[in-house]
Design a protein around this ligand. Structure first.
Ligand SMILES: NC(=O)C1=CN([C@@H]2O[C@H](COP(=O)(O)OP(=O)(O)OC[C@H]3O[C@@H](n4cnc5c(N)ncnc54)[C@H](O)[C@@H]3O)[C@@H](O)[C@H]2O)[C@@H](O)CC1
Ligand SMILES: Nc1ncnc2c1ncn2[C@@H]1O[C@H](COP(=O)(O)OP(=O)(O)O)[C@@H](O)[C@H]1O
Ligand SMILES: [K+]
Length: 499
């Protein structure tokens, strides 16, 4: 599913109306019917509804929904209208609902708090994707009153009022919805925090927008359907060499565990051969978990440039190299990283400590960098902008460096500067040392099976996140560890395969 900016959505609205003859009035009626359907699934004719509406088209959607409910015999409906400049569609909807005989409009006065507290369901149609700048004081006060409500549900139309549809940022304050019904497609504000949290559960109502108009956006949400299509095939007439050869260069005396998780990740996602080379010995911990991993130690504390000669055959044979987890950041090791990248033409996953050598590397599209927030901050070396959740900067950076970036976070950004994917599976079960090392291994294991670095990163991010959701639903987000995720990867895989 494409993820849109507010402008892209407006362009799609416009084309749907001008080129395809499906007018804004029709779309608004469809929007209202989809909200009506959602409301009537969960509430009954005794429900006390309060519609809190602005005077733009978001408010217009609200008026049309209230009218549909009223017309079907839902009699406990109150409408509060905030603002003066009514859009044309809002004006029309106001006339229409009055024609239907509805007249229970309430004022914003001292009684408003009571209306809010007795409502079973508040429908928020204050502002949608037309939000401009900081919220006006009157809006802020109304949002504060609604959010302090102790009972009942809040449904936002299109996007919780106060959330910037392009960034998910809050402008002063925003409605904390239980559910948001949006139209056509997700907006960026639904998937980036805090907007993602304020939106509650999100329902996308299709309306009559022609599907092909959505390709205006180069950004997509990673979905289970997408993963099902992308998973590499495993033809029966195959052998291990058909599923690739992963070379993992990781670990140091100081950080021995990271490399093990990467190796397990690559193995469990189906790579044909996984070869782990570490400077120091950790054979018992690798073999304990996965005896199938081919393991070699160089019997030293950390990698240095002259180790390239020792492993050059392995570099040549590898279908993909992982470099970084637990390496340490000494100068010698950074020279080793550079040497490995220079000696290889194939795909490389550069993670963790190896990211500290990025400035010295000649990057290319089949090199994927997998920074978390701290590493991204460090490699872009700019304090001038907020980097976290900054998809535009991440896209610019990927384009500029000619590399593929997996910017890992609660919403992960996967981009090569031309196409961008957002993954929203996962939870805080992954906010633990080692989750990234595992992810890196999974990415490499997929590349080994013939996928390009973008596709491999998309699948790996989805599966590690989804496995975390499955495991933590049984063990809690506190208890689940990266090794639990690794061992349960099959559950997310089967869920996708059997879907
Ligand atoms: N155009 C279309 O074809 C469709 C539009 N739809 C609805 O239309 C909405 C967009 O409508 P509009 O473009 O009229 O915009 P909105 O209704 O989202 O927002 C504009 C209103 O918000 C107020 N506002 C904006 N920024 C403010 C601030 N900082 N403080 C206080 N008030 C502020 C404006 O004064 C105006 O009244 C969508 O979110 C969606 O709900 C749907 O009906 C689907 C189809
Ligand atoms: N709250 C969260 N929700 C979803 N995914 C998360 C969350 N916190 C972390 N993750 C994911 O967990 C992984 C953590 O990676 P990273 O910080 O590199 O771990 P480490 O370096 O310790 O192995 C990333 O894939 C990230 O997207
Ligand atoms: K809204």
């Amino acid at each position: 599913m494409h993820i849109l900016t507010a402008d892209e959505m407006k362009k799609i609205d416009d084309s749907t109306s001008k080129e395809y003859g499906i007018t804004s009035e029709v779309l608004m009626e469809q929007a209202a019917i989809s909200i009506y359907n959602e409301i009537t699934k969960n509430f009954n004719k005794n429900t006390h509804f309060l519609f809190v509406l602005g005077t733009g088209n978001n408010g217009g959607d609200g008026l049309a929904t209230a009218r549909l409910l009223y017309n079907e015999g839902y009699k406990n409906i109150k409408i509060a209208i905030i603002g003066k400049n009514q859009s044309e569609l809002f004006k029309k909807q106001l006339k229409t609902i009055k024609k239907f005989g509805f007249d229970n409009f309430i004022e914003i006065n001292d009684d408003f708090k009571n209306h809010v507290s007795v409502a079973d369901c508040i429908v928020d149609g204050l502002i949608g994707i037309g939000l401009k700048g900081e919220l006006k004081k009157e809006m802020l006060e109304i949002i504060n009153i609604i959010n302090s409500k102790k009972r009942g549900k809040i449904i936002s139309i299109d996007i919780p009022s106060g959330i910037d549809a392009n960034t998910g940022k809050v402008f002063g304050n925003a409605i904390k919805a239980d559910k948001t019904i949006t139209f056509g497609s997700y907006k960026l504000g639904h998937i980036f925090f805090p907007g993602r949290e304020y939106s509650g559960s999100i329902i996308v109502a299709p309306l009559s927008f022609p599907k092909k108009l959505f390709s205006i956006s180069h950004r997509e949400l990673v979905t289970r359907d997408m993963i099902k299509k992308l998973l590499p095939k495993r033809p029966k007439f195959s052998q291990k060499y058909d599923f690739g050869n992963v070379l993992i260069l990781a670990g140091s005396a100081e950080f021995p565990g990271a490399s093990v998780l990467s190796a397990i990740g690559a193995q469990k996602i189906g790579a044909g051969l996984v070869r782990l080379i570490t400077p120091c010995s950790l054979s018992s911990s690798v073999l304990e978990h996965e005896p199938g991993i081919i393991y070699k130690s160089l019997n030293k504390d950390k990698f240095s440039l002259r180790d390239i000669d020792v492993i050059s055959k392995n570099i040549k044979k590898a279908s993909v190299i992982v470099i970084g987890p637990g390496l340490g950041r000494s100068n010698e090791t950074m020279q080793f990283v550079r040497g490995v990248v220079e000696n290889s033409k194939g795909p490389i996953v550069v993670d963790a400590d190896a990211l500290y050598a990025v400035d010295a590397l000649t990057l290319r599209k089949n090199i994927v960098l997998t920074p978390h927030v701290g590493e991204m901050q460090r490699i872009v070396r700019t304090d001038e902008i907020e980097i976290r959740q900054n998809y535009e900067y991440t896209e610019y950076f990927a384009k500029n460096k000619k590399a593929t970036i997996v910017f890992k976070d609660a919403t992960t950004i996967i981009t090569n500067g031309e196409k961008t994917y957002f993954n929203i599976t996962g939870n805080t079960a992954l906010s633990k040392g080692g989750s990234g090392d595992l992810l890196t291994g999974i990415i490499a294991g997929l590349i080994a099976q013939g996928l390009d670095v973008m596709k491999a990163s998309i699948i790996a991010s989805y599966l590690s996140g989804r496995t975390a959701e499955i495991v933590s639903s049984e063990k809690s987000e506190y208890y689940s560890t990266p090794l639990d995720i690794a061992k349960n990867l099959y559950r997310a895989l089967l869920e996708v395969m059997n879907d």
